[in-house]
Design a protein around this ligand. Structure first.
Ligand code: PMP
Length: 434
């Protein structure tokens, strides 16, 4: 294998992957090893990972790695043969959902899962219209890019997608009282339905991430989602919950983020943390939807639902339970939020602190009254944090919200390091004159 310095590797990467393939940080990280919540670079320096949710139970967790190794050396085959693993895995997985969501189909990526969910919903409703937020990202296939209102060109061209304003209690809607926000956002969903109907397009689904994670991990006005789903269902559409980021116990109180709401989805999509880095994703849905869809559109996915993938999926569920990681998301989540609130009282720049279990957002603003986004400060801050050895990133419409989403075995010692480093980084930001 050709070895390069970090600088040379970046140049080779540009040559072979193009200038625009995204890479984190002004000084990109050249990583060689991961363990638990730690990542190690080529020079042997370790970084606290407060960003990655794919290594859900920790980077290179020994139980997951051993399970993968063992099954890979015994049998790996596609799902058109009988094998215990896939059946047992899906039985275990679906048991964590509402009784109405009792069937599953596997894919290899979150994009494929959303693609399949859209096909299933359009098939069941004989309709095309899909309603999403106005800053959505749900993946990279063509019909999923169409619902990517955040930055996908396909979303601008399509007629079969309509968007409503992100349901954000921090920023709200101009002229709307706080207690009326839920109704006001839901009214936008009603408008989307009406506009579809005026254009002769029927509504197939509303598709949202229940954490509104890419939108900025929003505090959703209470009652909004229930009302929005009721509007869509009345028009004949389904509710698809995208749990690709939100799922697998990250919110602490629930295994699935949608379970915090008073409404059960018709279809749920899963991904990222599902295989702890192994490409494992899928759809969980009502059995009538799965049966009616697969009766007419034979669904097969070569690499999905193999004995290896299924064994890995089960190993992730084992670790989640054995290491009490969902409970950990509640207790450490509370601990981190308290620390972040202390930082908020120290630094004017922190306009809002939000958290859901082991997932946190700090919204940076230039002024707490006008809430003007502190875009440059957020960008600089994540780079200062990286220099100090803690990895975070940004989200939201203007990329001014710090996104903190560590692997689930994040403990109090890690939390203290995160909080101290944030404190020192905000201090440095001020010293630099931002
Ligand atoms: N849905 C959401 C909410 C996501 O955040 C992502 C990935 N960022 C996806 C779907 C797509 O998943 P994948 O990259 O595995 O295709």
């Amino acid at each position: 294998m050709k070895k390069s310095t970090t600088h040379e590797l970046l140049a080779r990467r540009f040559q072979v992957m193009g200038q625009h393939s995204p890479v984190f940080y002004e000084q990109p990280l050249h990583l060689v090893r991961g363990e638990g919540v730690w990542l190690y670079d080529k020079q042997g320096r370790r970084y606290l990972d407060v960003y990655n949710n794919v290594p859900h139970v920790g980077h290179c967790h020994p139980h997951v790695v051993e399970t993968l190794n063992k099954q890979a050396s015994q049998l790996n085959i596609h799902s058109r043969y009988l094998n215990d693993n896939v059946v047992e895995y899906l039985e275990r997985l679906t048991a964590s959902f509402d009784d109405s969501l009792s069937m599953a189909m596997l894919t290899c990526t979150g994009s494929e899962a959303n693609e399949l969910a859209l096909r299933m919903a359009r098939h069941a409703t004989n309709a095309q219209g899909v309603i999403v937020t106005d800053f959505a990202y749900h993946g990279n296939t063509e019909s999923v890019a169409e619902i990517g209102t955040g930055f996908m060109p396909e979303a601008k061209r399509t007629k079969r997608v309509k968007a409503f304003a992100i349901p954000d209690s921090y920023r709200g809607l101009a002229g709307v009282k706080h207690e009326e926000l839920a109704q006001a956002y839901a009214a936008q969903v009603r408008t989307a339905v009406d506009e579809f109907e005026d254009a002769g397009i029927k509504v197939a689904a509303i598709l949202v991430c229940p954490d509104f994670a890419n939108e900025g991990l929003l505090n959703v006005p209470a009652g909004f989602l229930e009302e929005a789903v009721a509007v869509v269902r009345k028009a004949g559409g389904l509710f698809i919950a995208d749990e690709v980021q939100a799922g697998f116990g990250r919110t602490g109180k629930h295994m699935w983020a949608h379970q915090a709401y008073g409404v059960t989805p018709d279809i749920v999509t899963l991904g990222k943390p599902m295989g702890n880095g192994h490409p494992l994703a899928g759809v969980v849905a009502r059995p009538d939807l799965v049966e009616n869809f697969s009766k007419q559109a034979m669904y097969f996915n070569t690499f999905a639902g193999t004995p290896v993938s299924s064994a890995v999926g089960m190993a992730v569920l084992d670790v989640l339970a054995n290491e009490n990681l969902q409970q950990n998301a509640i207790s450490i989540g509370d601990y981190v939020i308290k620390g972040l609130k202390r930082l908020q009282s120290k630094f004017e720049l922190i306009g809002d602190v939000r958290g859901l279990g082991m997932f946190f957002a700090l919204e940076l603003v230039l002024d707490r009254k006008t809430k003007l986004p502190a875009i440059h400060q957020a960008k600089r801050l994540i780079n200062i944090m990286r220099e100090k050895g803690v990895l975070i990133s940004t989200i939201g419409v203007t990329d001014s919200i710090l996104k903190l989403r560590p692997p689930m075995p994040f403990n109090e010692t890690h939390a203290n390091l995160l909080l101290e480093t944030l404190d020192a980084s905000f201090e440095q930001l001020i010293e630099e004159g931002h």
